[in-house]
Design a protein around this ligand. Structure first.
Ligand code: ATP
Ligand code: MG
Length: 695
């Protein structure tokens, strides 16, 4: 019998040295207790900056040090970036073994599991994922198929339909109840909603499409249904420990998934803060935290009250703001960080003055030694930083923006992705529809006919080549057939790659872009960017899944753009700032109608969610916090200009007392108007000059 070859010198796997973690020195008593908790369910519920995330990192380290196999640990976070950061920190504690921990979002993990186990449960493994925009477009097709596209009827738009559908799936609230609560004017259409949703579900399945909600729904069904028990048991057996950060922002489906995953071992650690719950609008519920001890009898509950992040004056302001919340479970926080000045409440005359203040103050902090990456400017919604972005660019201050309108939602980027999608999944009706209508001479009717021809041929891609378009679309049709053929053949070439696919698509598409959209330069630059991002992916399927599941929120995501070590200022929506911290934080536009947003004003629950969101924003700051309130802001609404000049309702008198008020001096005083020339000259220069030469 052949013996296994002996290697000399022996091959050793490079493992960063494991250091002994001194839990007692690096964590406080309650944190240590949580991090070293033995097996069994554990809930950590605590306020902002109390070290919840840090404790989770140490718990991962503890489990590995205790001998748990790292690839049998699942760490679920709100973004992929958050998981990566936590695992990088764990690596510093226990070495490179921690790299094998499975870290990511619920949706990303669902996707991975579904590709692997889906085929056994009747879900073909090559499904494509619909992002929210695609799902809405598909809903529109279902609406039309149900004969409800007639505009004279007051039937809801595709966005509303999708919202109700998604809310129903994520919260398990019956459709009728959602309508009564949120859209009483549509109650008469309850049966039609059901018809459209039935068509939508059937349509998705027939076309091998999976939307975001399906990812969670299928995962939940796999691990909890008796019919799928054989598969569910195998999925459950993949992990020995599951840890979840930001548990307050999970929904009913996610709680069901966790319960199903922990049927055997019950080793589940969840961490959250009810005062920071900011995704109820998407179906998240703090009931998941509150009901945890009941769902997992015998669960240990750890609370933390010491804040390690902020100075006492910043904490005072944040505590006061959240003390106004109607319901609250986590307690008031304290810190031992002494010193620090009171946060600033800055009133500006108008937006330009607010912008000037923020930029000047950033430069001042920077000159005093704070790196730009330790400074963040936060706002309620992505569009609110437009003026600031212009000024930062003009003054050459590098910045990175998180949240807001994402690069992948841009029409021209979606156009290019549609080509890749139909190649990946020829049944992707939404992408066919988009792609066909880009072609000169092809309108809605022709597109629909072409798709019917494809469907009749069981989505055989060849059916599109055989389709006869009207004369005016013949050239475009031939061009598209040729391109798709070339791309399909390129899969067999040695030098294939997603970036090369995009290059080929652009040979056809760039002209369409120029004809269709204004401002072609920045759009073409976006496509360059897309190509660069695609370069790092081994296959179309990987690329499409990655960008749909975790859309890059900024140019540095997905490894493109400046390195994260670069010294770049961060601009972020309050939502995207969750879990982060900076030395200095600016919250701009603290104006009623903007924060809280005006659309929240009619609803008490939404106002409470806005308040918690402002609490999240304020609690991001370590040493410096400035909230700015520009007055004299004009907005045009219903034809009449009206002024938004009310400070945010959350900054009531008690909260304001925690701030030092800063009034900006008008920096650009207009020069004194010159005195108008008087009728009689004071002096006659010409006479003087004349006189000089007079003899
Ligand atoms: P959030 O609610 O905002 O997510 P969190 O509770 O997750 O906050 P962390 O981000 O883990 O809090 O911690 C906040 C800061 O306090 C971090 O910089 C962390 O390193 C520090 N910190 C937490 N606990 C300790 C400790 N025991 N000793 C020193 N620093 C600590
Ligand atoms: Mg955290």
């Amino acid at each position: 019998m052949a013996e296994a070859p002996l290697h000399y010198p022996p091959r050793v796997r490079e493992v960063a040295p494991r250091r002994e973690v001194d839990f007692a020195a690096e964590l406080n008593e309650a944190q240590r207790k949580a991090a070293t908790h033995p097996d069994g369910p554990l809930l950590i519920v605590a306020g902002a900056g109390t070290g919840k995330t840090r404790t989770l990192v140490y718990r991962v380290a503890h489990l590995i040090a205790r001998g748990v196999r790292p690839d049998r640990i699942l760490l679920l976070t709100f973004t992929r970036r958050a998981a990566q950061e936590m695992l990088a920190r764990a690596e510093k504690l226990v070495g490179s073994e921690s790299r094998q921990v499975h870290g990511g979002t619920f949706h990303g993990t669902a996707h991975r599991l579904l590709r692997r186990f889906g085929p056994e449960a009747g879900i073909a493994g090559d499904f494509t994922i619909l992002d929210q925009g695609d799902a809405e477009d598909l809903m529109q097709l279902s609406r039309a198929a149900c004969g409800l596209a007639d505009k004279t009827k007051r039937f809801p738009k595709k966005e509303t339909l999708h919202h109700v559908y998604s809310r129903h799936v994520n919260t398990e609230i019956p459709v009728g109840a959602i309508l009564r609560e949120e859209y009483p004017r549509f109650i008469e259409f309850e049966d039609d909603f059901a018809r459209v949703f039935a068509d939508y579900t059937q349509r998705k399945q027939a076309r091998n499409l999976v939307d975001y909600d399906d990812l969670l729904l299928y995962w939940a069904m796999l691990v909890e249904s008796d019919a799928a028990r054989a598969i569910g048991d195998r999925i459950g057996a993949l992990y020995d420990h599951i840890l979840v950060d930001e548990y307050q922002d999970t929904n009913v489906l996610q709680a069901r998934i966790l319960k199903g995953m922990c049927r055997v071992h019950r080793n589940l650690t969840v961490v959250g803060d009810d005062a920071q719950s900011i995704y109820a609008f998407r179906g998240a519920t703090i009931r998941n935290i509150l009901d945890f001890p009941r769902e997992f009898p015998g669960a240990a509950v750890v609370t933390l009250e010491q804040n390690y992040r902020s100075t006492q004056p910043i904490l005072d302001a944040s505590n006061t703001l959240i003390s106004r919340a109607e319901e609250r479970f986590t307690k008031e926080l304290y810190t031992t960080r002494t010193g620090g000045e009171r946060p600033w409440l800055v009133t500006a005359q108008d937006e330009p003055q607010q912008t000037r203040f923020v930029v000047d103050r950033i430069l001042e902090l920077h000159e005093a030694g704070t790196p730009l990456r330790e400074i963040a400017v936060l706002f309620r919604a992505g569009y609110m930083s437009a003026d600031l972005e212009v000024e930062l660019t003009a003054r050459n201050i590098p910045f990175e923006k998180w949240g807001g309108l994402k690069f992948l939602e841009a029409a021209h980027v979606k156009d290019v992705l549609a080509f890749l999608r139909v190649l990946e999944n020829p049944r992707d009706e939404v992408s066919w529809y988009r792609l066909l209508q880009l072609m000169p001479g092809i309108g809605e009717t022709t597109a629909r006919r072409a798709i019917e021809a494809l469907a009749d041929a069981n989505w055989d891609p060849g059916a599109f080549a055989r389709f006869t378009p009207p004369a005016r679309a013949r050239e475009a049709h031939a061009g598209l057939v040729q391109l798709l053929d070339a791309l399909r053949r390129s899969d067999l070439e040695a030098e294939r790659g997603v970036a090369r696919d995009i290059l080929r698509i652009r040979a056809l598409y760039d002209d369409i872009l120029r004809a269709r959209y204004d401002r072609e330069e920045p759009r073409l630059a976006d496509l360059e960017r897309l190509q660069a991002i695609a370069d790092g992916f081994p296959s179309r399927a990987d690329f499409l899944a990655a960008i749909t599941l975790d859309p890059p929120a900024s140019s540095t995501d997905l490894g493109f753009g400046s390195e994260s070590e670069d010294d770049t200022l961060i601009l972020s929506t309050a939502h995207s700032a969750k879990g982060k911290e900076w030395d200095a934080v600016f919250l701009i536009w603290a104006v009623d109608g903007w924060f809280p947003m005006s659309r929240a004003l009619g609803d008490d629950d939404q106002i409470e969610e806005e308040r918690r969101l402002m609490y999240v924003a304020l609690t991001r700051a370590r040493d410096h916090l400035a909230v700015t309130v520009p007055f004299n802001v004009y907005q045009t609404r219903r034809g009449a200009d009206y002024s938004l000049s009310q400070m945010s309702r959350f900054l009531d008198r008690g909260v304001v007392r925690c701030f030092q008020q800063v009034v900006l001096e008008a920096t650009e005083t207009l020069p004194e108007p010159e005195a108008p020339p008087s009728a009689a000259p004071v002096v006659d220069l010409r006479a003087l000059v004349r006189n000089r030469f007079s003899t």
